[in-house]
Design a protein around this ligand. Structure first.
Ligand SMILES: *[C@@H]1O[C@H](CO)[C@@H](O)[C@H](O)[C@H]1NC(C)=O
Ligand SMILES: *[C@@H]1O[C@H](CO)[C@@H](O)[C@H](O)[C@H]1NC(C)=O
Length: 260
């Protein structure tokens, strides 16, 4: 049966070829699906996606939508656009630390639900972030090691965000309207200063100084007036004493005009 032999031989060869082709396609497929340097795993029952130190400059696309933990730390990401994590509704942990993020759009974390309990934005280039960025988020955040501008915007952000325990001293002023704040932990300053009411405070002080100024002027005028009158009265008395007695009232009143 040469034909059957030939057929069997070739079908096995074909099958092997097909098989390897499918395998190759599968490997190729997974290689293109996951961004370079990223790999998925399951850690403690959490679907984890790691892209640490992958030289990424943007948030990668095609992150599996059932990811629970996403590590994007130690990359070169500089910007978080609106809806950057929109199709990751099961995310509980997001690590964006050690990047160069300087700009975060207001809707960047839109779509992340209250499932998210940890958000690491530490060691980035954040200067100012709108508090509304954290709307609808309940995550604890690490905002340490960023070049923060200490102002009303940061105060409102801190009021809005729950910080990871022990990280508050890591929020240090890199810039501030007042030089003496630079290098100080923001939360130590917020105890004494209301950054959103500095203007009101200075106007209050200006009002106080002005009022005190007026008050001082009135008092000194009064003192001057009393002294002057005392002097006049004394002179007047001396003048009266020097007059020959008895003096007629008419003479007295006409003379009286003179020192005044
Ligand atoms: C992920 O995407 C698939 C296909 O688009 C969808 O069927 C599934 O419900 C999504 N899973 C989640 C958790 O959103
Ligand atoms: C917060 O971020 C800083 C700077 O990256 C890091 O040293 C620290 O360990 C982080 N803290 C926590 C509790 O994750």
């Amino acid at each position: 049966m040469p034909f059957l032999d030939w057929f069997l031989y070739h079908s096995v060869a074909m099958w092997l070829l097909l098989h390897s082709f499918v395998l190759m396609a599968f490997c190729f497929h997974s290689a293109t699906t996951f961004p370079k340097g990223c790999y998925p795993s399951t850690e403690d029952g959490f679907k984890t996606f790691r892209c640490s130190r992958a030289q990424l400059t943007v948030i990668p696309k095609d992150i599996p939508n059932d990811t629970n933990k996403l590590y994007l730390d130690y990359n070169q990401i500089s910007f978080l656009p609106n809806d950057a994590f929109q199709n990751l509704p099961l995310l509980v942990e997001l690590d964006l630390s050690h990047n160069v993020i300087s700009r975060v759009e207001v809707g960047a974390f839109r779509g992340l639900s209250e499932h998210l309990h940890s958000l690491d934005l530490s060691s980035n280039k954040l200067v100012s972030v709108n508090k509304d960025v954290f709307n609808s988020l309940k995550a604890k955040a690490n905002l340490s090691s960023n070049p923060w501008l200490c102002d009303c915007t940061l105060q409102q952000l801190i009021e809005r965000v729950e910080l990871v325990a022990g990280t508050s001293d890591g929020i240090v002023c890199d810039a501030s309207a007042r030089k003496e704040h630079i290098g100080k932990p923001f939360l130590q300053l917020v105890g004494d200063i209301d950054f959103c009411n500095i203007y009101k405070k200075t106007t209050d002080i200006a009002m106080l100084v002005t009022m005190f100024g007026w008050f001082a002027m009135v008092i000194s005028y009064l003192i001057y007036y009393v002294r002057q009158n005392q002097e006049d009265a004394r002179r007047h008395l001396e003048y009266l004493k020097s007059l020959p007695t008895p003096a007629s009232p008419l003479f007295l009143s006409s003379k009286h005009q003179k020192p005044c």
